[in-house]
Design a protein around this ligand. Structure first.
Ligand code: PMP
Length: 335
């Protein structure tokens, strides 16, 4: 047996997550589909990486100093990552979150000791939007920095420097395509740039949920959204600084029903309990695998991100009443 050696401190537990071949998705696509297990980070999501890079960057710039406060607006996972990193390094965290996000994320943030500020869900153009509220709070709080995950490119740097090289090594340099959805865009842009640096022939595909405006941007050069999604943490309506220059070759639009299908299959057949953005990513990966086959790539190998744990959504995604209230199909074993 080979187990990794002891880590020298808890922050070293961020990253170096496992990669797994997804049997059901591979069968559906007709080629190998792999999932990067970001739920295996200490904060149980892909956002631990961005949190660590943003905090280290602020320290290097000298904007975050001993005893300082990190303020952020987040759908929740970045807040959890920031709170963990802040606790490990002796900082305080103030997290602004829309009140529509999962109960589990709010409870987790409180449990970690973050100060939680809930605001009503509002469009980005509204000054009360969680991002603008967090910026104002940071400006008003002495010794505070604003993490600004959407437009702070330390976020995507985390994926250029850690996620992409890990995927490249775990795929043994044999990877034809990568896809995932965008919240801030840090993951798709950073992994895309990082993988292209190893091999420019890797196809990078954006998987957009309904209600987001990036599919039409990359397909037609116009920001336009259609429909809506209950997926937390994804669905972007603008080109964030993290998305600028992202090497997107192709794009898919994936419904919540398609994403839920993969959440259900992966849980029931393969035993992994995931959030909806992971299911949407897997649906995108299946679409990308099929597209690469149709284009004549022999036995393509596609990777995607399993963004966070489903245990974060027990009162929503895994609750029959909640699913029904959203008009979504209920997993047979919950009905
Ligand atoms: N899935 C979930 C559950 C998330 O919380 C996030 C982060 N907002 C993402 C996907 C998207 O990641 P990124 O911000 O890097 O685009």
């Amino acid at each position: 047996m080979t187990a990794p050696p002891a880590a020298s401190d808890t922050l070293k537990l961020i990253g170096n997550t496992p990669l797994v071949r997804l049997a059901g998705a591979s069968e559906a696509a007709g080629c190998d589909i792999f999932g990067k297990c970001e739920f295996a980070n200490p904060g149980a999501s892909v956002k631990d990486r961005a949190a660590l890079w943003i905090v280290r960057d602020a320290e290097e710039r000298g904007t975050l100093t001993a005893g300082g406060t990190i303020v952020e607006g987040t759908a929740g996972n970045t807040g959890i990552g920031l709170a963990l990193v802040a606790n490990a390094l002796g900082y305080k965290t103030v997290i602004v979150m829309p009140e529509t996000q999962s109960r589990e994320k709010m409870d987790t943030l409180r449990a970690l000791g973050a100060e939680l500020v809930l605001v009503p869900a509002a469009p980005f153009s509204n000054p009360g939007h969680f991002v603008h509220t967090s910026r104002r709070l940071a400006e008003e709080t002495p010794g505070a920095v604003w993490a600004n995950q959407f437009d702070n490119t330390a976020n995507r740097k985390a994926h250029i420097e850690s996620t992409a090289p890990e995927i490249w090594a775990q795929m043994e340099g044999r990877i034809d395509g990568f896809t995932c959805a965008a919240g801030t865009g840090g993951t798709i842009a950073g992994v895309g740039l990082g993988l292209k640096a190893f091999d420019e022939n890797v196809t990078i595909a954006l998987t957009d949920p309904h209600g987001a405006a990036l599919y039409s941007w990359y397909a037609e050069g116009e920001l336009r959204s259609e429909g809506s999604s209950v997926a937390e943490g994804i669905g972007q309506g603008r080109i964030t600084a993290n998305l600028e220059g992202a090497p997107i070759d192709t794009q898919f639009r994936i419904s919540d029903e398609e994403g839920l299908h993969w959440v259900e299959r992966i849980l029931a057949d393969e035993g992994l309990c995931l959030g909806l953005s992971s299911g949407i990513n897997v649906a995108g990966a299946v679409a990308l695998g099929r597209k690469l086959i149709a284009e004549g790539r022999p036995a393509p190998r596609v990777a995607t991100i399993l963004c966070d744990t489903g245990f974060r959504y027990l009162s929503s995604l895994y609750n029959a009443d909640w699913l029904r209230s959203k008009g979504l199909p209920v997993f047979p074993w919950l009905a």
